[in-house]
Design a protein around this ligand. Structure first.
Ligand code: SAM
Length: 230
């Protein structure tokens, strides 16, 4: 059995690369995106009834996931990268069919585009389907998952004076909540859990069209060093 699917839309998001994207949606509410619908779904009829709906499920393709042989067990980053668990107990991107699912906030609809926030999606992600979040069915108050009982504890993020001023300028130019986005994404500590960098080691990522650089002055703390256009 095999099926072929065509995307209904494509994501344009703040995340130009995979590094520093939160591991799940909602962890960075300032992470915004628009979902451009493709014909024939770019007609108003396809969106009728979404007025007043606060959240959507997006079913999408991990189009930038590493290819290669499939394994029955994976090493999720949130478990430190050392512990193996079954692929079906994880949300790993490298999986039998490279399909992901995220609940995102629907901020508005603009000319056939869905305006979204709280995304964990790489720019260019193809979307296979969109479904409304149904609170009575999707929010399960007594649900448990021992491997992911709580959201990751955020780490403190501070700024150099110069970086904060640069970020203010870029935020104004982009007309996006860039400072909150940087703080929320870095607070998730993007580096692999096994790395213990000294203060001299710098990390960087591109958000929108700006390069953000930071280091770890002390273990478990981040200081933003610069925010410059690419
Ligand atoms: N919420 C989704 C799920 O549970 O299916 C995704 C979870 S997955 C652990 C989240 C990671 O997927 C992000 O940190 C990012 O690095 C990666 N990612 C996001 N969009 C992607 C894409 N289009 N292709 C490959 N990796 C992607």
């Amino acid at each position: 059995m095999s099926w072929q699917f065509e995307p209904v839309g494509v994501i344009h998001s703040c995340f130009a690369e995979k590094f520093a994207i939160p591991r799940q949606p909602q962890l960075a509410p300032a992470a915004t995106a628009s979902l451009e619908l493709l014909p024939p779904y770019n007609q108003p009829e396809a969106l009728e009834g979404l007025e007043g709906v606060s959240h959507l499920w997006l079913i999408f393709v991990f189009h930038a996931a590493a290819s290669g042989p499939q394994h029955l067990r994976v090493r999720p980053p949130r478990l430190g990268g050392n512990q193996r668990i079954g692929v079906f107990a994880s949300r790993a991107t490298h999986r039998p069919n490279p399909i992901g699912q995220s609940v995102v906030r629907l901020e508005g609809i603009d000319n056939g585009r869905l305006l979204l926030s709280g995304v964990d999606l790489l720019d260019g992600t193809p979307v296979l389907d969109i479904k409304p979040y149904v609170p009575y069915a999707d929010a399960i108050s007594d649900a448990v998952n021992p491997l992911a009982p709580l959201p990751p504890a955020p780490i403190p993020v501070s700024w150099s004076d110069a970086a904060l001023e640069q970020a203010r300028q870029q935020q104004e130019r982009l007309d996006q909540p860039l400072i909150a986005l940087i703080e929320q994404c870095l607070a998730q500590d993007p580096k692999p859990a096994y790395q213990q960098p000294g203060p001299e080691r710098e990390y960087g990522v591109q958000l929108w069209d700006v390069n953000v650089r930071w280091h770890y002055p002390d273990s478990g703390q981040i200081r933003v060093l610069s925010v410059t256009p690419t």
